[in-house]
Write a protein that binds this ligand. Structure first.
Ligand code: DAH
Length: 358
């Protein structure tokens, strides 16, 4: 039998010559380390280890072949084989730990690209509908030169009522019935409270919008909440006319709600004269009449009017020199109309089943 290493031949006659068994063992060590190193997964590693060190592995094979050698040579080769086996084992163990660790942190075991595996789903965030529409409105008004004005949510009765021509004995105060704090302040009932504050700070001409939260004493239902959003607008200049109000607000409802038909009706608000309500044709029934527009075919969207001279007087602006128009839209209502939402509470419940639809 010729196995390439002289099996059966008497070895050791010349002790200077390296035994072919020893060089074979060296070769096995080298190959084993290379192979183990290249293993990409645990079962591959296991198979390779067995191939070299298993019961029927390459090293054992050598030990079976040295039966004919002298006892001294057998001992020599045997101990070399054991030493190599230990080395391979240590290497195997380290590699195994490495693969286990990689498995734990989810590193790819094989550098293979499987194009059929579905991608990881990354949920996209989006803005809350109120924020989204608010940003649209802010863009729209700033394109016409409006700036953003602010006022406090906890307001004095002076700015919330008196300075808006609603004296304390006037029945109109009932319309804006609210909570009163023990120190006499009120959570503002409308963003109109920002009007006189702004007029005190800025000298005309100016154009501002003031979006923000308002509060009222309301029983909560599909169309009322004790907290809601409004957006006030105020335009003061020397020659501001009702036609300016009309033009700007008609454009606003076209832009925000895609309104086609609009109408203005007279209305009473103590801080404007004349006062008006801007209606749009019902977006739900196209004007035919439905439950939402209470069969009128129209939906009220923006109360507005020309700034009352008394309000100018409170703000120390001469009503003979300046004029202005103001409006205050229920912002939540705009959002509901835009997205066809039939219950105001959906906007504030933080329910993702609802919110993720927009
Ligand atoms: N502040 C009023 C409300 O909350 C709405 C309003 C009406 C605002 C007419 C205005 C306006 O600026 O001119 O009911």
């Amino acid at each position: 039998m010729n196995n390439g290493i002289g099996v059966g031949a008497k070895q050791g006659a010349d002790s200077n010559q390296q035994s072919p068994f020893l060089s074979k063992i060296g070769e096995i060590l080298e190959n084993a380390l290379d192979e183990l190193k290249a293993a990409r997964d645990l079962s591959g590693l296991e198979n390779r280890f067995k191939f070299f060190c298993g019961k029927k592995g390459k090293l054992t094979e050598i030990l079976h072949l040295i039966y004919s050698l002298s006892p001294e040579e057998k001992k020599n080769i045997g101990s070399k084989a054991n030493e190599v086996k230990k080395q391979i084992k240590v290497f195997y163990q380290n590699k195994k730990n490495e693969l286990l660790e990689a498995g734990k942190i989810g590193l790819p075991k094989k550098h293979k690209l499987d194009l059929t595996v579905p991608g990881a789903y990354i949920e996209k965030f989006h803005k809350h509908p109120i924020t989204a529409v608010l940003e649209e409105a802010v863009d729209f008004f700033s394109s016409m030169g409006f700036e953003i004005a602010e006022g406090p949510e906890i307001e004095t009765t002076y700015y919330n009522f008196d300075a808006l021509n609603i004296p304390s004995n006037h029945p109109a105060r009932d319309v804006w019935d609210t909570f009163y704090l023990l120190n006499g302040l009120v959570p503002r009932t409308h963003t109109s409270s920002v009007q006189v504050r702004t007029m005190e700070k800025k000298s005309p001409p100016f154009r501002v919008i003031a979006p923000g939260r308002c509060y009222r004493y309301e029983a909560v239902d599909a169309t009322h909440l004790f907290m809601f959003n409004q957006m006030e607008g105020l335009f003061v200049d020397k020659n501001v006319r009702l036609t300016d109000l009309k033009g700007i607000l008609e454009e606003t409802v076209k832009y925000l709600l895609g309104a086609k038909k609009t109408r203005f009706r007279p209305a009473f608000y103590p801080f404007v004269e004349p006062g008006l309500d801007l209606d749009i044709e019902c977006v739900f029934c196209g004007g035919r009449g439905c439950g939402i527009c209470k069969n009128t075919g129209w939906i009220e969207v923006i109360p507005c009017g020309m700034v009352h001279p008394n309000v100018f007087k409170y703000a120390k602006i001469d009503p003979n020199e300046y004029r202005g128009f103001a409006f205050g839209m229920g912002f939540d209502r705009i959002v509901m109309l835009k997205y066809n939402i039939n219950d105001l509470r959906f906007l504030y419940q933080g329910n993702l089943d609802v919110l993720s639809q927009f």
